[in-house]
Design a protein around this ligand. Sequence first.
Ligand code: PEP
Ligand code: MG
Length: 326
Amino acid sequence: QRRQLHRLHKVPAVTRDGTSISLQANLELPAEIDGVLAAGAAGVGLLRSEFLYMNRSDLPGEDEQYEIMAQLVRRLEGRPLTIRTLDAGGDKMPESLGFGDGPNPALGLRAIRLSLKHPEILETQLAAILRVGALGPVRILLPMVSAVEELQAVRGVMEQVVRRLKRRHVPIASPLPPIGTMIEVPGAALAADALAWQSDFFAIGTNDLTQYTLAIDRADEAVAYLYNPLHPAVLRLVQFSAEAALRARIPICVCGEIAGDPRYTALLLGLGIRELSMAATNIPRVKQRVRCLDLVAAAGRARVIMDQSDSTRIARLVDDFNSGLP
Ligand code: PEP
Ligand code: MG
């Protein structure tokens, strides 16, 4: 079976009825890029840039970030690199930032909020990304967005950074990189139409979307039994976001854990998702699933599932549809 999965490296991720599905990789550390290439990923759908900030007492500068990202872009040889700006806070607050936790870290000054409150962090990252964009295709992804004002603020900061780099005659991406919104806060999913008009793409973070929709700390063992991405509330938010992206004609990717679990592939494709980003090791198994799916059947099954109000029944329908598929 391992040899069979290995052989999948060469075959395209295409459904039985001929639609290409983009299977991309999530990257936490630059060293994982070998695995990404070996798995035949279509690109990096999520580079979690937190690693740049962890386990150190100072902040990474523009040149340091540029060098690391530049190496990744070179290795990807034309496949896109999606760089998420610093998603600090909550469970992961780097010591170098020197901020306290606040009364409720999960709901506090974190991710894009923190980057906008301390724009020098955002400016440094955007400058590095814009420069890397001169070497190959990059996309910018913003974590934990909850309002269109945040997107407007980021675009404002980006304009300043572009002006500064141009004044210095530093080569930058042209055209400028797409700016995407993580949909991982329930309010963002409910306002997906508004966000879609101001975003170049969406990436649904189902890990946090599940956590915040169900009010279940994703790291708390005591409530882990309630953590369920198949809860109808979570699925409706995924569906709503996918529909908004389709209407605005922007790409939408799912990059939470469920993207790498073949059990969910039919449902996600049935909801209109055509891009999945996952741990590289999961790509062959998900590709195998993609290749035996029919999109019309998947969409029909997704409609039946979306009519249900009970997660146990939804889980059973998902299992039924998957049984018999390799
Ligand atoms: C998510 O929340 O689903 C996600 C992809 O981001 P992270 O797991 O890094 O929070
Ligand atoms: Mg997240």
